[in-house]
Design a binder for this molecule. Structure first.
Ligand code: SF4
Length: 401
């Protein structure tokens, strides 16, 4: 794969101020991959609304703050295309087109949909937007022909759905005239028993994405000695729908970044209210870390502790040099240092990093037209790619009149 021309998409919802969890969970990797691939970084504002439509937030200012965080932490608009989902109408046109061919059951079985439905209280409606959210995600990816999607493990089911929808689209619209009739003739040559098995496996693979069905069908064709080479090749191609591929199936680019602990030791998240924000001032960072939970066994200064039971230690492992980590480990195990002593180098490191972000953000905070210009350029670029692809998709569907 030529990484220079491989298009990658990744997105973030503007649902609150970004914190160190976003920095270590996504932005560090975005910063790295923007030099390796053609990157599209999307503000997923409509996805943000789907989950929080009933909460009256100032979406525009959240988006601006988020973009300033991206820029301050090293996302470079000369390397990556930065854009806002709602500014690209092609996403929503493709959503409607894909809705025509997507079986309802595929959306109903998406685990994240079922989880959200289970958590809704009686005042909240189960909306069409919620059900269609994975389809919108598929459109976000497929409208750019993105080959890779940088995503976390919990989004794998949605990515798999995107792949299934792409496969189904190619199956329905990517074949030449007579392709199906010729394939049906070849199937008949398998004999009735094997033909029935082949058809069953074909449906399981193409409709449900069952990879084991694909492998079994390939074995079946290899064993069908009465088939000519041409028929076998045709049925292999038919199986994998090797007609014209309008929508390439995207692969996952594994997100190697780290989950980070919050002030209370749980994963850092806005909901848990245990965050240190990106661009937080030094007094606030200092107070928060000074108040962080530690190993509960260290009640008195003279009590020995165990670093692995302490969230402060987990942050040290991310932020501190090896010699500091060694000093913490020894000092904690022997009660040679107190917890406030231990926290100070961590406070210094985080504040140093924050000071860089704060400095980087200044030009954008002082003149927000800079941010607007970056977004405007990014949206124009994204729209160009999306419009070209949508044109081909509409051609495939015979609606390019
Ligand atoms: Fe945690 Fe450091 Fe205190 Fe040990 S000395 S419990 S690692 S804060």
């Amino acid at each position: 794969m030529n990484s220079e021309t491989t298009r990658v998409i990744s997105a973030m919802r503007p649902n609150g101020r970004l914190h160190l969890g976003h920095l270590h969970g996504a932005l560090h990797q975005w910063r790295k991959i923007q030099y390796q691939y053609e990157c599209l970084f999307m503000v997923a504002d409509i996805h943000g609304l789907i989950n929080q439509y009933h909460i009256n937030t100032n979406q525009e200012s959240l988006i601006t703050e988020m973009l300033i965080d991206w820029l301050a932490t090293g996302i470079d608009p000369s390397q990556a295309t930065i854009f806002i989902q709602s500014k690209i109408p092609e996403h929503f046109e493709l959503l409607n087109l894909l809705g025509i061919i997507t079986p309802l059951g595929w959306l109903e079985r998406v685990p994240s949909y079922k989880e959200v439905i289970d958590k809704l209280d009686h005042t909240e409606a189960s909306t069409y937007g919620l059900l269609g959210s994975p389809l919108l995600q598929a459109s976000d990816i497929l409208v750019y022909n993105a080959k890779l999607v940088l995503t976390n493990e919990d989004q794998m089911a949605n990515l798999e759905l995107t792949r299934e929808i792409a496969r189904r689209f190619n199956y329905l619209f990517g074949r030449d005239e007579g392709y199906q009739d010729k394939a049906l003739d070849s199937i008949k040559k398998l004999g009735s028993k094997k033909a029935a098995i082949y058809e069953n496996l074909l449906i399981r693979y193409q409709q449900n994405g069952d990879e084991s069905a694909l492998e079994r069908a390939k074995y079946l064709l290899q064993d069908a000695l009465n088939l000519s080479h041409g028929d076998r090749e045709r049925l292999l191609a038919f199986l994998e729908n090797k007609g014209k591929v309008y929508l390439p199936e995207p692969q996952r680019l594994i997100n190697n970044s780290q989950l980070i602990v919050g002030l209370d030791g749980a994963t850092m998240s806005v909901c848990a209210e245990n965050t240190i924000n990106i661009r937080e001032d030094s007094a606030s960072v200092t107070n928060k870390i000074r108040g962080m939970k530690t190993d509960p066994a260290r009640i008195r200064r003279t009590d020995k502790g165990t670093p692995s039971k302490c969230p402060v230690w987990k942050l040290h492992q991310i932020y501190s040099k090896q010699e500091v980590c060694d000093w913490v480990e020894m000092g904690c195990l022997s009660a040679g240092i107190g917890c406030l002593d231990c926290k100070q180098p961590l406070i210094d490191e985080i504040n140093h990093e924050q000071s860089i972000f704060i400095e980087n953000a200044k030009p954008y905070e002082e003149d927000q037209t800079l941010v607007k210009r970056i977004i405007s350029d990014g949206c124009s670029r994204a729209r160009e790619i999306a419009a070209d692809n949508l044109k081909l998709i509409k051609q495939a569907m015979n609606i390019d009149y």
